[in-house]
Design a binder for this molecule. Structure first.
Ligand code: GAP
Length: 465
């Protein structure tokens, strides 16, 4: 969308129509934390179901998982997160604003490698200090750069006793998959290549949460890890990249708003990394990371746990550590991409209307049923009957008898409901030839047609598949 204010409009719609709320809002909020409201949770669950379907049910040899969030503290040492998972940070001496040094260097065309230690990044920063102004006050006076670990610390159990070490909230959800890889192999006996899929929470002490759900401190990641034979990564990697991009198209996102981008600076665990980016109102930005993690994770966990994590390949009679190809998508970012892509303003009946052109597959409400007049008990009773009938197709069929019919349509347009069904006196048989027919109104075109209840049920069924 061209409109520069579209982000503000979407944020306002999200609150007004019960999609997304600021977390702890009545206490003034908590930076980087959001809640899903009644419509948001439906949309989120529909996206998750579509993801699960594509990555577990529709794939051969893929297994679902839901690992506990807390893990033995050794896990984050083995994974490299306690030492390597950090952002370089400097403070403006004038206004105390904190800046992400890698980002500001990037903005002046200088690339800072993730693996750089504090000394190296200070040297690089010093060489370019003159070009970098504080984004808040414009000063050029910064503190030394510190590397700031992103893991969120917590405690568990008897935290009053001395010497009890902290546990961490997961910095990335996929570690649960690596820890249960052996259990899945032992219990399901998968033949390589096989995959494990999980949707799990992750937490990061992001220095500057920004852009609504884009950079938050609590997030949900939908991950697949494909376990493959060593060095058989090339072809599979290309296939996965394309499959993942097509999945976004299947959610209704316009293809021209999606693209791939290869990472120049690799995170510590990856040999190759590509992002799928979406064209957000501020430009193309990452929604999913696709990483070639080689044997890094399982080798590290074998070393730190002392447990043999080799896979016995009965086809080749060999034992080896499988390589891993990962896909990792942030649910909040997907939801934002879906909302941005679906947001439209158009003219209808001489008025500007806001409409979310969501795919019926993921729309939070599939259809709204309304009696033409709410003070006519016979219309209300029939409309209730119709709603019950349509709920056999999908339970998310809303009821709205509030205000005139035009207002009801507008409310449903704003939350992306694909169909509205109105029950009037003809439905009751005032015109005998129209008995048991209803008006079906289409969200995108505003067109209306007269159909039997069975035909409407069929239309909804077809649309949400
Ligand atoms: N296990 C790999 C991993 O965590 P990542 O690229 O750091 O890789 C994967 O994260 C995805 O998680 C990103 O593409 C993004 O969609 C989402 N994500 C990462 N950090 C996020 C944040 N602070 N807020 C919201 N989503 C985030």
């Amino acid at each position: 969308m061209e409109d520069k204010n579209v982000m503000e409009k979407i944020i306002s719609l999200c609150k007004r129509r019960g999609f997304i709320f600021q977390g702890s809002e009545i206490y003034g909020g908590l930076a980087g934390i959001y809640d899903y409201g009644p419509r948001g949770v439906e949309l989120l669950n529909n996206i998750k179901r579509a993801w699960w379907s594509a990555n577990v049910y529709e794939k051969d040899n893929f297994y679902g998982l839901d690992a506990g969030m807390f893990k033995n503290p050794r896990v984050w040492e083995a994974s490299g997160h306690t030492s390597g998972f950090s952002d370089p940070l400097a403070e403006c001496k004038k206004c105390n604003a904190r800046i992400r040094v890698d980002k500001v260097l990037d903005a002046v065309g200088v690339s800072a490698d993730e693996k750089m230690g504090e000394e190296q990044i200070n040297e690089l920063f010093d060489a370019h200090r003159a070009d970098i102004a504080c984004p808040k006050c414009g000063a050029h006076d910064f503190s030394r750069v510190r590397k700031f670990n992103l893991l969120v610390k917590s405690n568990l159990g008897d935290f009053t006793s001395e010497g009890n070490e902290p546990v961490y909230l997961p910095g990335e959800a996929c570690q649960g998959i690596y820890l249960d890889y052996k259990n899945v192999v032992d219990s399901m006996q998968p033949k390589i290549p096989f995959g494990i899929a999980q949707i799990g929470k992750a937490f990061r002490n992001e220095i500057s949460p920004r852009n609504f759900l884009f950079r938050t401190r609590e997030m949900e990641q939908a991950d697949t890890q494909l376990f493959i034979r060593p060095n058989e990564n090339k072809e599979a990697y290309e296939r996965i990249k394309n499959e993942r991009l097509e999945w976004y198209v299947s959610l209704g996102i316009k293809r021209e708003n999606l693209r791939f981008k290869q990472h120049e600076n690799l995170v510590f665990y990856a040999k190759d990394a590509w992002d799928i980016e979406y064209n957000f109102p501020w430009g193309f930005d990452e929604i999913e990371g696709i990483h070639d993690r080689t044997d890094y994770d399982l080798t590290q966990h074998m070393k730190f746990s002392g447990v043999d994590l080799n896979y016995f390949d009965s086809e080749t009679n060999e034992k080896y550590i499988p390589w891993i190809l990962e896909t990792s998508a942030g649910m909040g970012r997907i939801l934002m991409a879906v909302m941005t892509d679906a947001y439209h303003e158009d003219e209808m009946a001489g008025e500007t209307r806001v409409v979310l052109k969501l795919s019926p597959k993921i729309a939070p409400v599939k259809a709204m049923v309304a009696p033409l007049l709410k003070n006519k008990p016979e219309l209300v009773a029939k409309a209730r009957e119709v709603r019950k009938e349509l709920q056999k197709v999908h339970p998310a069929i809303a009821w709205d008898d509030n205000g005139n019919i035009g207002k009801r349509y507008r409310r449903q347009d704003e939350i992306g409901t694909p169909f509205c069904i109105t029950i009037d006196f003809d439905t009751l048989g005032e015109k005998p030839e129209l008995k048991d027919t209803v008006t079906l109104r289409h969200r995108d075109s505003g067109e209306q047609e007269r159909l039997t209840i069975a035909e409407v049920a069929e239309r909804i069924k077809e649309a949400i598949q």
